[in-house]
Design a protein around this ligand. Structure first.
Ligand SMILES: [Fe+2]
Length: 217
């Protein structure tokens, strides 16, 4: 079994879009129509755009969902730390550590999204993420230390988390676009691409080595 080294790799929080698609990237509302108010891809301040909201309840929903994912990301930083320590293979531990660092950046990016729409960043408990994190803990408790089966279980948990996030960010990006929050669209899309890349990486890890090793145990 490979010994693990702590990685301190600081990955950029900037988006590195692969253009690849992963499950869940179609948002619930479908449209990605750019806001009609401006042809520019960025705006210095979107604070006044709430006045253009066709439906304030719709905007409330958007902010509420932002609070949900903000709670999810903040709690995920801690949970990923536990999963990273529990991982058996160096490759998985490194992948989780990298995503933990990325997740810290995503928390900050969400704070920028709140700011861009003139809102204070607030977290609201996300029961879905709470449950997914609990599943990760359960896998750690139910599997043997230093086993590939544990890694296979951790990858499943991490991918469930990624798919939840892909669905959330895809929908939030679409809502932001509908409401003309262009800066928020850019920020949410950066995170959406990071989540998709992580999902692809986890699939590669599972298929290239972990599942085979787990089957041989
Ligand atoms: Fe995330």
């Amino acid at each position: 079994m490979a010994t693990r080294t702590q990685t301190k790799s600081k990955t950029s929080t900037q988006s590195r879009s692969t253009g690849r698609s992963a499950a869940g990237n179609k948002s619930v509302t479908g449209s990605r129509t750019a806001p009609k108010s401006s042809s520019s891809s960025r705006s210095k301040s979107n604070k006044g755009q709430n006045e253009d909201m066709p439906n304030s309840k719709f905007h409330e929903l958007f902010v509420d969902q932002l609070k949900d994912i903000y709670w999810a990301e903040k709690n995920l930083v801690k949970a990923l730390g536990k999963m990273q320590k529990a991982a058996t293979s160096e490759e998985l531990a490194e992948a989780i550590a990298t995503h933990q660092e990325q997740t810290r950046g995503q928390v900050e990016r969400l704070e920028q999204v709140f700011e861009s729409i003139g809102q204070t960043a607030k977290a609201k408990k996300c029961p879905a993420m709470e449950g997914l994190i609990a599943e990760g803990q359960e896998v750690i408790e139910d599997t043997e230390e230093d086993s590939a089966v544990r890694d296979a279980g951790l990858i499943i948990c991490c991918q469930k988390i990624e798919h939840y996030e892909i669905a959330s960010y895809g929908s939030l990006r679409t809502l932001a676009g509908k409401m003309g929050h262009e800066e928020a669209v850019q920020l949410l899309e950066q995170t959406l691409n990071e989540e998709k890349e992580t999902d692809v990486l986890l699939t590669q890890l599972a298929e290239s080595s972990v599942n085979e090793e787990a089957a041989a145990e």
